[in-house]
Design a protein around this ligand. Sequence first.
Ligand code: ACO
Length: 320
Amino acid sequence: MSDFRARLAGQGYYLPERVVTNEELSTRVETSDEWIRARTGIRERRIAAEGETTSDLGFEAAKQALSDARLSADDIDLIIVATTTPDLVFPATAALIQKKLGIRHGAAFDIQAVCSGFIYALAVADGLLKGGVFQRALVIGSETMSRILNWEDRTTCVLFGDGAGAWILDRTESDSGLLGYDLRSEGHYADILKTSGGVSATQSSGFLEMEGPAVFKHAVTKISNSMQRLLERENVDVNDVDWFVPHQANQRILEGVADKLKIDRNRVVSTVAVHGNTSAASVPLAFGQAVSDGRIKRGNLCLLEALGGGLTWGSVLMRY
Ligand code: ACO
């Protein structure tokens, strides 16, 4: 094994301007602020403007990350975008962002693991950087989930939002960076969280469909097990983790996982109230928010996790 690590050189995030509150949604479907808050913890979410695409959001987040890392676009030789809501079937959203950044070298591709996409993308970038194939990766989670929601289905439309987060990972000899990861999937559960259509099946994207309670049942156990496996493999005591940065699907899931692993709830980063579930963007968005408000600091040990359609799930241990 090389001594090289993928170190987080800079990060950034972007949220569309438009805020949609629970009150506003309750004028469109039969729901209420009380129901949404009590069942999910969500208060509001951001929704992309007409014509504003996943690559637009990802591009804005990438510019923030470059500025945070004090790098220019030309320093990047690998772009990986985790998304379920690409601008187009092809080219990959990563290639579109590469074009927007004016990068003419290196490689760019997308990863599709739904809400676990960013965790998967970090693991792939880690392997490519450690192997010495690339020097500096831009890893982005970007979503316009609003485009695949059925806005008449109250069981799903109240849960999701749009946004993007970006990390720049540097191949460097360092004690900081990605320390390890755990990735899992079980296609056996494909039907409990899916879209009603797809290019090959129906020639359209369809709408997001979810058996909420069934997904909920899997979430706490599968995520906790993944995190425990990872901590054991890396020989890290959960009490030594400074910040737990979970996928922001539901406040009850966040707390259920934290309680199961006996993680103090004050060490859990939660942005679900103001972002909703932004799928692959949710982990870097939550991380970015906690860095901005001064909670997560350089040197902190962080445990990230996500579970999503597939089912896919996983966790990443990293030192910022
Ligand atoms: N407003 C009011 N009532 C509602 C709403 C709404 N927006 N939505 C559902 N209800 C009703 C239901 O119809 C049901 O009514 P009934 O009892 O008369 O049949 C009642 O509320 C309870 O519904 P449940 O679905 O049982 O509610 P639950 O407590 O399970 O909460 C939720 C639903 C929030 C979806 C929850 O199950 C959940 O968070 N699941 C996991 C989501 C998740 O983790 N997703 C993973 C990632 S997503 C991805 O990968 C793209």
